[in-house]
Every structure is written in C-alpha cells, then in structure tokens.
Design a protein around this ligand. Structure first.
Ligand SMILES: C=CC1=C(C)c2cc3[nH]c(cc4nc(cc5[nH]c(cc1n2)c(C)c5CCC(=O)O)C(CCC(=O)O)=C4C)c(C)c3C=C
Ligand SMILES: [Fe+2]
Length: 479
C-alpha cells in the first residue's frame, strides 16, 4: 500500500459498503481499503434514489429517509417511515419497516465521516473526488459576537450535511438523493481574523504571514482571508450543496473573498488501490507521513496540551493543525514538451508507478530512495535537483507536512493554455518548520520549479474538532 493513503484517526464512521463488510469495522480505514472490494455499484451509481422503489411514493427519496447500505452485499434495506434519520451502515436499519424498500446507496454515497472528532475532518480523511476551498472576510461591523454565531451555524450545517441530512433551514435540495458521500467540512482562521474580532492576544505566532518567496507570483485578492472553509466529498453535487449551504449561512456576517474548485480521481476508477496522480501525470503523495508512524501526530497536529509556554500555541489550538494553501499553476504545455525520461528526472521517480529512479527495474513505489547511487558513468540516478530529493525531511532538518491537495482546471486562459494545476493544501503542527522550510529550499530552484507557478497563498489556523454540542472555534470565541 502506498504511503500516501491517508488514514482516519477514528473520524470515519463505518463506511458500510464503501470498503466492503470486512473493512467497515477497521478503526483506521484507508483509501486503499475502501477499494479492496469495490461494490458492484461503486462508481456506476445506477440505483441511488433514481427510481421510486416499491412501496415508496413516486417522489424522490428524502435524504432524511434514505437508509444506510450494505451495498457490497447488495441488500435492499427498509426505511422506517419518515422518522428515520439517515444512518449509513446502521444495524438498526435492517429491522425497520419493510413496507418501504429502497435500493441501497452505492458504497460511494454511503461513506460517512463524523463531524465531532478530536481533529477536524478533512485532514486525514482519504482524498475526495471533489473539493471547494473558500475564504471569507467578516463583513464591516461584524465582530466576535457575529463570528461566534457564524461558526455555530456553520458547525451545525457541517454536522448535518456530513450525516446526509439537509441543512436546518432553506435546504437547496441539491443533494436530495445522495448519501453523505464522505463529505467533510473543515474550518480555519486567518491572520486578519484576530484583529477584526479583538482577539489579537489569542493569535498564534504560527499564523505570522508566510515569507515572500522569490518565485511567488501571488494574486493577493485570491490569497489569505479571515476565515477559510475546505469542503470535500466524493460526489460533486454533495460538495456543491455544502458550498451553497456554507455561503448562505454566512448571511450578512461574512462575504466570500475567494473560492476555488478542485478534484481528485473518483473512488473506484482504478482496478486496485493506488496513490493519486496529479495533472502532470505523476504519482503524487507517496511519501506523505503516515498516521501509523510514531511521530505523525507530533508533526501534523498541535498537542492536546497546547499552551503558549509549552508548544507556543494558544490553548484553543489543542488538537488543531495549520493549513498552508497554495494555488499552483502547472505550465503543462512546457511540461508536456519533455520526454518521459526527462519528466522522471525532474521528480526523481518513475512516472509509471512512482518508484525511485535509484531502484532498478524491480523497484516499486515504496522502495527506499538511494540518494548516493550512480550509473556506470558516475551520474546520480536521482538527480541532484530532483524534486523528491530536495523535499525529503532528511534534507530539511526533519521538516514534514501532510500534503492533501486537489487538482484544479479553470478552463483555457487568454493565451490558450490550460489554467490548471494543484490546489496544494498541506497540514502541519508548525508551518515554519514544515512548509516554509521546504518551500525556501524549493525557491532556490529545484527541477520542478520552472514548470509551476505559485499564484495564490493562504495560511490558516485550524482548531481541533468540536465536541458534541459545541462548535468549531468555541474555545477561541468564547474562551
Ligand atoms: C513546499 C512544499 C511542496 C510544494 C510546494 C510541492 C509542490 C509540488 N509537488 C509536486 C509533485 C510531487 N511532490 C513529491 C514529493 C514531495 N513534495 C513535497 C513538498 C512540496 N511539493 C514533499 C515534502 C514531498 C515528499 C518528500 C519526501 O518525503 O520524500 C512527489 C514525489 C512523490 C511523493 O512523495 O509524493 C511528487 C510527484 C507537484 C506537481 C507540485 C506542484 C504543483
Ligand atoms: Fe512536491
């Protein structure tokens, strides 16, 4: 299994059919496990509420009434009148009234991620097929009180939508027929939030603005922001539904500063579990830190015992993380001029399977990279400026980050070239030790640099997950 597979820290509810029955009980489901036994219906979605089921009035299935699934087993489940809430994989669902039968959701629709968890969802959640990143600025006159009310509304909406329920008010029906589809909604605070709300004393030092990098070509209007929301789901309509609900909730309290749309490969699109590919065609994510590694939490999350005197973080950031967000344009016309061999030299890994160039023909993606190995002429097999060499933690004083990107494609620009690339989102306990250290190195020019352009940037403090009955950021806003 590739290192890239992002493992949940308990924030994923049993995924029912998504990973097959054998995987549903796993405490640490991975993207890989969700595909080990793809449901016959995964991807095809032939049945999800499209046709009225026997005993069901001709109307569409209500999201409240659609029950979870045993999809891999192909069981049709009953629904319990109108009273049943959506519950993916709920054991009780099969004992519900059988007078109304519905065809189960595909495994993809049934995937449910919990909202009330230690670390906010959307950090270690496996990559989702669709993503929206949106930054808001508080409206003129809105301060701490309005921000607290907004975070309360947003948290309630996130909890509901992630469980496959409609929004509390004026739901748009966009996701009416779909299950939760592994929706996650993640909230963060930008540097400017704290002055606007009179909370400067609570601003983490780690939120100090990122340094300028010489290669930056940043559009400030698409950078930073008071508040940041990351939405991910395995269904495009479910993701868009969440985006609309979050925007509507903002009401008069905040307005959108910028918004970006991204995507990843759809679950079930490949014959077997694989690390993601980016729009350059590279296997990307291989050497991500793994939750099974002993230092994972320490690298990615602010400690539970956070305090200014110990970790340097305010207590409200306990179990949180810092997200660096960069819109990185790929200069695909230039990249695609290179031969595959040249492309492989830029990264230091094989394009076909991500194996290190030092590994020989038998190497696989997980084979250790040998930085010293040379060919018969004495040339390094992994070039000295290869991206995968330069970014390694052991070349950067241990700097590590969890990369969890979405690809983007915003059409063809005025010059006729694709406006496409990577919505690079990386997570770390300390952005100065993580992103900044590595980006400083890359800024001096790795082989990849001339094929990419950083076009926007953001840094956000993402607090820990909200406890039951609480909202994200409550410790900051009411602390
Ligand atoms: C500052 C951090 C990084 C930026 C910006 C970045 C951009 C970027 N990377 C790729 C493609 C690949 N990156 C790979 C590895 C890799 N990249 C970073 C950091 C940044 N990348 C790290 C820390 C690592 C892992 C290093 C290690 O631990 O060994 C790889 C190799 C496969 C993998 O490990 O994921 C690829 C491919 C692109 C296309 C890109 C900007 C568009
Ligand atoms: Fe990289």
């Amino acid at each position: 299994m590739a290192d890239q597979d992002l493992v949940e820290d308990g924030s994923v509810a049993p995924r029912g059919a998504r990973g097959g029955a054998d995987h549903a009980a796993s405490a640490a489901p991975t993207r890989a496990t969700t595909h080990d036994s793809p449901s016959p219906s995964a991807g095809a979605e032939p049945t999800r509420g499209a046709e009225p089921s026997p005993g069901l009035a001709n109307g569409p299935l209500s999201r409240r009434r659609v029950l979870g699934t045993a999809g891999a087993t192909g069981l049709a489940l009953g629904v319990a009148g109108g009273a049943a809430g959506y519950a993916a994989g709920s054991a009780s669902s099969s004992s519900s009234s059988s007078s109304e039968k519905v065809t189960p959701l595909s495994s993809l629709g049934a995937g449910e991620v919990r909202f009330h968890v230690k670390h906010q969802p959307g950090i270690t959640t496996p990559l989702q097929a669709r993503g929206h990143l949106v930054a808001f600025d508080l409206a003129a006159g809105a301060g701490r009180k309005e921000a607290a009310a907004l975070l309360r509304r947003w948290s309630d909406t996130a909890r509901r939508l992630m469980a496959g329920e409609p929004a509390a008010q004026d739901d748009t029906d966009i996701a009416l027929d779909a299950g939760p589809s592994s929706l996650t909604v993640t909230f963060g605070f930008g540097h400017s939030f704290f002055a606007r709300t009179g909370l400067e004393k609570q601003r983490p030092e780690s939120l100090d603005p990122l340094p300028d990098f010489s290669s930056d070509q940043l559009d400030r209007t698409r950078s930073n922001g008071d508040l940041w929301v990351q939405i991910g789901a395995d269904d495009a309509l479910v993701a868009f539904h969440a985006l609309r609900a979050i925007q509507k909730d903002a009401g008069g309290a905040a307005r959108v500063r910028w918004q970006m749309n991204g995507f990843n490969r759809s679950p079930g699109a490949t014959a077997h579990p694989m690390t993601a590919r980016n729009l350059m065609g590279q296997v990307d994510g291989t050497r991500n830190p793994k939750p099974t590694e002993s230092d994972f939490d320490e690298r990615i999350f602010v400690p539970e015992s956070a305090s200014p005197s110990t970790s340097g973080d305010p207590a409200w950031m306990a179990n949180g993380s810092y997200a660096v967000v960069r819109r990185i344009r790929m200069l695909l016309d230039d990249w695609e001029q290179l031969s595959v061999k040249e492309q492989e030299g830029v990264i230091g890994r094989r394009k076909s399977d991500g194996a290190p160039l030092s590994g020989g023909t038998k190497a696989t993606e997980t084979t250790a990279m040998d930085l010293e190995k040379t060919d018969a002429q004495g040339n390094l097999l992994v070039p000295i400026n290869a991206h995968a060499r330069i970014t390694r933690p052991d070349q950067n004083g241990g700097a590590a980050m969890l990369r969890r990107p979405f690809s983007f494609h915003d059409g063809i620009d005025a010059k006729g070239v694709p406006d496409a690339g990577l919505l690079f989102v990386c997570w770390q306990a300390d952005p100065l030790r993580g992103f900044v250290t590595v980006q400083r190195k890359l800024d001096r020019g790795d082989a990849l640099s001339k094929f990419i352009r950083h076009e926007s940037s953001g840094l956000f403090a993402v607090p820990g997950g909200a406890a039951e009955g609480e909202y994200v950021g409550q410790g900051l806003l009411e602390g």
